[in-house]
Design a protein around this ligand. Sequence first.
Ligand SMILES: [Zn+2]
Length: 444
Amino acid sequence: MYIKILLVTFIYHTSCDAKTYENYTLFRGIPTNEKEIAFFSNLSKLYEVVYWRRTVVPNKPVDFTISPTDLPRFLDSALDSGIPLTTLIEDVQSAFNKQTIKTYIRRKLRSFDWNSFYRLDDIYNWLDDLVKSYPKDLQLINIGKSLENRDIFAVRLKLQGSMARSKVIVEGGIHAREWVGPAFVTYMLNEMVHSPFSNNKELYNVAMGFEWYFVPVINPDGYEYTHTHDRLWRKNRRGRYGIDLNRNFGIAFGTVGVSKSDKYDETYCGPSAFSEPETRVMAEFTRENSKNLMYYIAFHAYGQFFIIPYSFTPKQFDNYNDMVKLGYHVAAKIHKEYKTEYTVGNAYSCVGYLASGSSTDWVKKAFKTKYVVTMELRDTGTYAFALPPELILPTCRETMDGMIGMFSPTEPLSEFRPTSSCQQCQPSFMVKRFAVVFLCVSFI
Ligand SMILES: [Zn+2]
């Protein structure tokens, strides 16, 4: 019994080989003009910097860490330039140390509980056990291999008795360090498959209404690397530098919001569109299911945004205005339980950034999929990538409420018609029903 308890509660942190962020401080700067924007975007040329969030427009935050060695030099320079800085996290490593990792116990579905984070094998073992427990509803699909030969799995869910033909694809974990993404995708799958036993009729109706495809970890190599070597790794594991998979899809490839030449930049897009196995696998899988594909939702962190395509241009196309209304509806649902505030808009007008080669833009353009959204989950910078384990479940719960709103959009849309557009983000809209949040993310 004692051994069992030990196993169940066994938690550990990253291995000894992992890069430490001890005494690394997470700073936030809010540039107010072009000169200050240049100051922040230049930092990586002068110091050992990891950007957590970037901007190309004034009055949006830039979040970054600077190594303790470079810190005095940087602070002198910031002081000389008169640029104000806020400290978001004093010691990043101690914040990461609180992100406990639990081991999943095979055939004990309840040992996967969203109170901790999980390694890739544990996520995959849980998926396998879940599918075996509900063989009439679920199917595990190996959709291809990553660069380092790891499997990329999708789970197909079609509840018994469902006559639904419309499809939904749910993508998670394209950016390795955004751990709450895979956590939410697994949570959503779990909620859906258990919905026939739930008192939540709305949830059950939503689950019955579609044929679902969940891809919790599209970047498995990167995800593992964040556990074993570098908690802040974002890209896949190409070379020593990595390629940003969410800049590698074949839409406006290499044009905006990317680095084309600096391979070590966080947004290096690779030599050509679909140069990476992970993006090819996901594109092929989406193409195979593109008939009747009604929704494609990608989960990222952080910032609390409902981001509407397209991200590569400031212009608004297709059903943008309807998507804004849908975004309001989803934001209102999310707000209900914990008062979490979301901002709705496209990348440029509300987020303050352009990005080419994203998965969601590519899907929208290639298949004219009606509802395509990038969700940036919690938070807005208090914990950022170091979201503590006790906030995983609240994040999942509120996002699930939002998703139920997303997938049953008919009745309430008119109720959440925006009253006015926001000044900073014309002509897009912010969530006016709640306090307007101007903290915008750049790293979609
Ligand atoms: Zn992301």
